[in-house]
Design a protein around this ligand. Structure first.
Ligand code: NI
Length: 178
């Protein structure tokens, strides 16, 4: 396994549309494991392939890595096939937008179809944090960030802060804790 570098916004690679995986072969399964290791190390609860510079429809999630045993889910070509009518508002952050958080409204429950790391088609229903994380990561696959769901005023403020950090040559991992 290998730890990968996470791309920080603003970056055009985070805005690209990802292509589907033909089938989950050994290389894709290895990439999923590397993404998971990178996510746990960050630490985070979800990571999408474009965040490590791979424009493919692959995500990994584990909404509760600190509570009990790890329960990772690796998904290729995830597709939301049902959403509840009821929405919920949840605070979101993103490993590509370090230290930035805001409230995002999304469907409360979803049903997702995907290929797992063994190229087997799966379907799961998710609610709560798992639902939020999966929707957030699937957004990444079409170049959508959580800030695209909030007001342009707030989005502008967040992106200006991140741009400033980049100009200073800093990354999140090198700055002092807030
Ligand atoms: Ni994200």
């Amino acid at each position: 396994m290998a730890k990968l570098k996470i791309i920080i916004a603003p970056d055009l690679r985070l805005k690209s549309k990802c292509t589907p995986v033909e089938s989950v072969d050994a290389a894709t399964a290895r990439l999923m494991s590397d993404m998971l290791e990178t996510m746990y190390d960050a630490p985070g609860i979800g990571l999408a392939a474009p965040q490590i510079g791979v424009a493919k429809r692959i995500i990994v999630v584990d909404p509760a890595p600190e509570k009990g045993p790890p329960r990772p889910i690796k998904m290729a070509n995830p597709e939301i096939i049902w959403t509840s009518d009821e929405n919920k508002i949840h605070e979101e952050g993103c490993l590509s937008l370090p230290r930035e958080y805001d409230m995002v409204e999304r469907p409360d429950k979803i049903r997702v179809r995907y290929l797992n790391e063994k190229n087997k088609q799966q379907e799961i229903e998710a609610d709560g944090l798992l639902s939020v994380v999966i929707q957030h990561e699937i957004d990444h696959l079409q170049g959508t960030l959580f800030v695209d769901h909030i007001s342009s005023l707030k989005r502008g403020m967040i992106l200006r802060r991140l741009t400033k950090q980049k100009k200073l040559g800093r990354t999140y991992y090198e700055t002092e804790p807030a």
